[in-house]
Write a protein of this length. Structure first.
Length: 224
């Protein structure tokens, strides 16, 4: 049976992460937003689907923001702290067996070194040689494909992406497009498109903030 986690680990090394462009001014200067896109997504889309789930995710996001401000390092312990809020549980251990996603079409194996390999991958989110958009997108995909928890991995992946950006003083004003992009496990160009999308979201946030500041009018970008 195919181990799609192994496929991702092979694909991950083939992605041209360095080719993703840096944006104008960032990450040397903050990217401000007229609204926090993650908070907006949680309080609108997520709340509309399931209020309790949204309440827990918002608590996890607030914890994530505090951890970013405190300059914490992204690792499994940090993910597990957020995950306890996401799921409303006392413990969030690494999964104890294979995981499945996409209605069972993908299987992520579990070996004795899987948790350690995830730690190495997450440590790469601090690599200053890579554009921040690449680091954020890669952390998102790492969490998706390592699938460390029994449940809530997509939510954890979004927090990981937002955390990497927050550490660079970047806040997105919308995150809906991230949920719409396909995430094939064995396509390096698709992974790069994820990073390119993060660049686009950052630049759009920056452009809209500057436009609204210049015109002195309130602006609320439409969630996709």
């Amino acid at each position: 049976m195919t181990d799609h986690l192994r496929r991702w680990c092979e694909t991950r090394e083939q992605v041209p992460w360095h080719d993703v462009r840096h944006g104008r001014g960032w990450p040397r200067s903050p990217v401000q937003a007229r609204r926090d896109g993650v908070t907006h997504r949680i309080t609108t889309v997520e709340h509309g689907r399931e209020p309790l789930r949204a309440q827990r995710l918002l608590a996890a996001y607030e914890q994530m923001r505090a951890d970013a401000t405190a300059d914490k390092a992204l690792d499994f312990e940090l993910l597990a702290r957020w995950q306890r809020n996401i799921l409303g549980v006392a413990r969030a251990p690494f999964r104890s067996g294979p995981a499945f996603a996409k209605r069972g079409r993908e299987r992520y194996g579990l070996d004795t070194d899987t948790p350690a390999r995830l730690e190495v991958c997450l440590a790469g989110s601090r690599d200053p040689a890579l554009p921040v958009a690449s680091r954020a997108a890669r952390a998102y995909l790492d969490v998706c494909f390592f699938h460390p928890f029994a449940d809530g991995n997509a939510r954890s992946a979004l927090l990981a992406l937002a955390f990497v950006l927050a550490k660079a003083d970047i806040v997105l004003d919308q995150v809906g497009p991230l949920a719409q992009l396909q995430r094939p496990v064995d396509d390096p160009e698709a992974a790069k498109r994820m990073a390119d999308l993060v660049v686009t979201l950052i630049e759009n946030t920056q452009r809209r903030f500057e436009a609204s500041s210049t015109s002195h009018c309130r602006y609320a970008p439409r969630e996709l």
